[in-house]
Design a protein. Structure first.
Length: 638
């Protein structure tokens, strides 16, 4: 921070000591000469020749010298007092600027900065004896005021003449004078170059800012005072420079923090975009299987053949997609995933058709003999995601013919075993080994392959999320990963999962369709934002044994409810509600009927109020089983 010219304490003491010593010597000499003039001169004159004229001449000389020394001592005393006052003033100014620098704390926001600046400028004006102060930051090329800072009481804006005066002086100083110097103007006597002998009421000072602009300060005094001396002008300009530098440092810090915040936001946006690309890739595999089985089902339907197997595969694949969506939502809500005992061989064999459909150019050699000991705690979709991502990574790393070997076995580790990623503690593990014949991983990239967004295939669209997702899923199941790579032989991933002694859950139980409880003709009012959604949900509700009445607008539903009997249940999609509509409005319209709200992303305020009013909340999109379960639970509340 730029401050007032510093005054070292040692130098100050030396100046005072030297000045005091000079005064003491002068006074002592004056007394000596005066005494010699009165006494010594008479005696010397008489003894020499007895002539009185010589005595008179010598006495007059010594008396004059004594008077000169007294005058010089008086001048030294007056000069010392002025110097002490100036130094004290300078030190007070340094102390004031130090307090100002502390006042502009790093945590101040823009509004707080304005309040602190007003208080600081008021103290600054009081320091110079003024009652009003104004600081304007002027762009020298245009003369336009960019920013202004005001004390509690402030004078009118700067006149164009004052701006022109300083702009002219600054332009001239760019080639001749020191640009760090300040500029002073006595506005009432601007045509005179003298700084003494006048009374002033308004003055202005200017300095260059660190950004090349001009800071002009206008001071008005409550009553006329003597004009500024040259040392006071220097003090005023130096103080203004220090004040501007302090404010500039704060603004630079705030701007840097704003830029850092924008950078972090941009990085988060980029990460979200990359994550969306990874999720889109996951769903692309699922959609490929859905489209393939759908095309086969259409072809068989045209031929009059059986389509149930293909429809069953489509439903199973869709449930896998639903589970991935639930994983994302669960991650955002920080809840634990449900894991049950599962057979690893069965889970991988169930995923092989999907892997083959997603990676048709890959040759998969899976030696998966039934083994009842390959049991662990997990979910088939998570395990299949691990295998799918490792196979996809192998396909992207291979050239020409792609071959992947998949093996599953149970191993017992007796001692702590070092892995490429951590340590493997003693115990019983289910090991999955996936090896490829690709180009391998370079030694420089190997330590970073599990880092989020790290990829060596950025030019071909790699996201760097596949192996990161594998590491996250394996770690969540308390597993460990070991990687061995050879550029000539390929890469081998060994994944170790803790062994479970519990009986495994069959794979079909994870994706089986739950039994649906049918209704008894209860009346249900339905509000959806689109006509096709109304028709689809009316068919679903009717198939579940209820009597639906669909609406596209809340106004139509309110008119129907006012003329008909109260329905057993009201289902409302939040997207159909106007922005001003609240949960209390829904409760007043329902008149005691049970209410189900279908939520989507956002609307947290509405959902919180709905839960407080004992509304049921379901997250869309809804399957028939989820809709049936939600309707059943809502009807049981009444």
């Amino acid at each position: 921070m730029t401050t007032l010219p510093s005054v070292p304490t040692t130098l100050t003491r030396f100046i005072f000591f030297d000045n005091s010593l000079r005064i003491l010597v002068c006074i002592s000499g004056a007394f000596f000469l005066a005494y010699f003039a009165l006494c010594g001169g008479v005696m010397a004159g008489c003894r020499a020749c007895g002539i009185t004229d010589r005595f008179s001449l010598a006495g007059a000389f010594f008396a004059f010298a004594s008077l000169c020394l007294c005058a010089y001592a008086s001048w030294l005393t007056f000069s010392g007092i002025r110097q002490a006052t100036s130094i004290k003033r300078l030190l007070d100014g340094q102390s004031l600027l130090h307090r100002f620098a502390q006042a502009f704390d790093e945590t101040l926001n823009r509004d707080e900065f304005t309040v602190v600046a007003t208080r600081v400028l008021s103290e600054f004006a009081l320091y110079f004896g003024a009652d009003a102060l104004r600081v304007e930051i002027v762009e020298p090329r245009t003369g336009v005021t960019i920013e202004e800072y005001l004390s509690a009481q402030f004078p009118p804006p700067l006149s164009p003449e004052v701006k022109a005066h300083f702009l002219t002086r600054v332009s001239a100083s760019r080639t001749s004078e020191d640009q760090s110097a300040g500029y002073f103007l006595d506005i009432a006597n601007s045509n005179s170059n003298s700084l003494t002998g006048r009374q002033i009421t308004t003055v202005a000072a200017a300095v260059l800012t660190p950004l090349g602009r001009i800071a002009i300060m206008l001071l008005t005094f409550p009553k006329p005072r003597r004009t500024f001396r040259q040392d006071e002008v220097s003090l005023l300009c130096s103080s203004l420079s220090g004040l501007i530098q302090t404010a500039s440092d704060h603004c630079k810090r705030r701007n840097r923090e704003d830029l850092e915040r924008r950078l972090r936001h941009a990085e988060r946006v980029q990460a979200v975009g990359t994550l969306a690309g990874g999720i889109a890739h996951e769903f692309n595999n699922i959609l490929g299987a859905l489209l393939g089985h759908g095309e086969m089902a259409l072809q068989r339907a045209q031929e009059g053949g059986q389509v149930e197997p293909y429809l069953a595969e489509m439903m199973s694949t869709a449930r896998r997609a639903e589970y991935i969506v639930n994983q994302i939502l669960t991650l955002s809500r920080n809840r634990e995933q449900e894991r049950r005992p599962i057979n690893m061989v069965e889970a991988i064999r169930d995923a092989l058709p999907l892997i083959s459909a997603s990676l048709p150019l890959m040759e998969i050699n899976a030696r998966l003999e039934p083994d009842e000991e390959c049991k662990l705690l997990g979910h088939p979709v998570e395990l299949q995601q691990v295998v799918m991502n490792l196979c996809k990574n192998a396909a992207e790393a291979s050239r020409g013919e792609i071959r992947v070997d998949i093996n599953v076995d149970v191993v017992v580790i007796k001692d702590v075993q070092p892995l490429s990623l951590g340590l493997l503690q003693p115990g019983k593990y289910v090991r999955v080994r996936i090896a490829d014949n690709g180009t391998g991983i370079s030694p420089d990239a190997l330590p970073h392959i599990f880092e989020p967004f790290f990829t060596t295939k950025a030019a071909t669209g790699g996201t760097g999320l596949g192996l990161s997702a594998v590491h996250g899923l394996v770690t969540a199941m308390d597993g460990r990963i070991n990687v061995e790579s050879d550029c000539a032989k390929g890469t081998s991933f060994e994944v170790y999962f803790p062994h479970s002694t519990l009986l495994p859950t069959p794979i079909n139980q994870f994706f089986e369709t739950p039994k649906v409880t049918l209704g008894n003709g209860q009346l249900i009012a339905l509000l959806k934002p689109h006509a096709r959604d109304v028709a689809l949900h009316e068919e679903k509700i009717a198939a579940l044994g209820y009597e639906p009445v669909g609406f596209l607008e809340i106004v139509a539903m309110e008119e129907w409810l006012s003329t008909q009997k109260t329905p057993d249940l009201i289902i409302i999609d939040i997207r159909s509600l106007p922005p001003h509509y609240t949960a209390c409005d829904i409760a007043a319209m329902a008149r005691g009927a049970s209410v189900i709200l279908i939520s989507h992303a956002g609307n947290e305020n509405m959902l919180g109020a709905a839960i407080a009013l004992r509304f049921s909340v379901l997250r869309g999109p809804l399957s028939s089983s989820a809709l049936a379960r939600g309707i059943r639970e809502a009807l049981l509340k009444t």
